[in-house]
Design a protein around this ligand. Sequence first.
Ligand code: ZN
Length: 479
Amino acid sequence: MASTLGLLQWDAEIVMPRGGVKHRGEQMALLAGLVHDRSTDPRIAELLGDVEGSPLASDPESPEAVNVRELRREFDRETKLPRMLVEEMARVHAMSSQAWSEARDNDDFKSFAPWLDKTFALTREKADAIGYKGVRYDALLDDYEQGMTTEQLSALFAELGPQLVPLVDSLRGRPMPQKLRSRAFPVDQQRIFAESIATKLGFNLDGGRFDDGPHPFCSTIGSGDVRIASRYRTNSVDSGFLGVIHETGHALYEQGLDPAHYGTPMGEAVSLGIHESQSRMWENLVGRTHGFWLHFYPQLQSEFKEQLHDVAIDEFRAIMNHSEPGLIRVEADEVTYNLHIVIRFELERALLAGDLHANDLPSAWSELYQRYLGITPDNDRFGCLQDIHWSEGLIGYFPTYSLGNVYSAQLFEAAERAVGPLEESFAAGEFGSLREWLRENIHRHGKRYPAPALIERVTGNPPNPSALIASLFRRYRVG
Ligand code: ZN
C-alpha cells in the first residue's frame, strides 16, 4: 500500500497537470491514513509477540530476526504517531510544496514563510510523539539514517567543513573551459547516450524504465519496477550524463536487493545515506574518472562529431571536474557540495529548536553562505527557496547527502582493497567487479545492519570523513 503512495508521488512529478494538486493531496492523505491504520493494527503487536523470542529469530543476523527487529521498530514508531497528525502532515506537505513551488517561481519568500513555520511546528510535534534520548533532531534523523545521532553527525561535519574551506578557496576563480558552453547538444541524442551508459553499468531494463522529469530522481514502485527520471540541457553535455549515472547508482542498489525478501525489511535499502553512497560513488568516483571516459569518450565523440571533434578527453574532463563555489546545491561540484549541507544542517536544527523563525531564514542563509562559500545570493529563489525538502517536511534529510559522500569514499577504498585498482577496469569498459562487490557487501543485506554498523563491518572503520577528504585533496589539489 505504501508503494501506491510512491506511484502517486511519481505520477505527480512526471505526468500530473498542475490543476490536480489539491485532489492529489486528498488522495495521498487518505492513503497515508490507511497505511498508518494498517501498520498500527494491534494484531501486529500480537503477531510480533508470538515470534519474538522464538528459535527462528534467535540468530540476530538471520533474515527472520532482522525482519522481526525492524518490524517491531517500525510498529513502535508508527503507533506513537496519532492518526490525525499523520493525515495533517500529508495534507500540509502537499499544499506547502505547491506554495513553495509558486514562491520560488515568483521569488516571493514571504508567501512561503507561514508554510515553513507550520511544517516545522508539525515536525516538532512528530519528534515529540516519537520521543528521543538526546536532542529532538535525533528523532528525525532516525527516520532517514537509523543509528546515526546528532552528536556523531555534528562531530563529522565539524571535521569535514573546516578542512574543505581552504580547498574550496584554493580552487576559487580558476578559469572554466568555455569551449563547449556555446555548443548545442540535442536532448534526444543525449538521452540515447545516457541510457546506453546506464545499461552498460548494469541497469536492468526488464525491471526498469527511463522518463524525463523536472529534476533527476529514482523511484521504486515495486519489485521489478525501478524508474529513473532525468533532465537534459541543450547547452550542457555533462550534467545530464552525470545525473543519469547518479540515478543509476540508486537504481542498481534497488535492483540489487534480494527479490525473495521483497516487501520485508530484509529486502529494503538500509538508509538514505547508504543509498546516496551508491549514487555518489557511481557519479563521482566512477563517472568523473579518466578511466571511465577512456572507455566512453570515443563513443561520445563519434555520436556528437560536430560538437566534440576538436575537444580532447582531458578538456572534456576538465569541464566535468571544475570546482567553483556556487549558490545552488544541486548544481554544486563534489568539492563544494558538502558545505551546502553543513549550512542546511545548521539552519534546520535552529529552525527546529525555534532559535530561528522562518521570517529570518533569508538573512541567516546569506550569512552562512558568506562564511562557508564566500558568496551570497541576490534573491531567495537562488537562496533559501531553492530546495523542496523542507516544504515536504523532509527535515533531517539533508545530512544524508553528505553521509553518502563520506560513505562512498570509505566504501570505494574498501572495494579497491578487495578487487584491486578499479579505474583500469573502467577503462576496459568493465564495471561488473565494482557492481558485484557492492551487491555482495551492501545490496543483498537489505536492513540487516544499521548504516553505521554496516560501514564499520565493510570498511573496518566507523563513519568518518578521512577517506573523502583524502580523495578530494588527491583529485583536486592544485600543484
Ligand atoms: Zn541521490
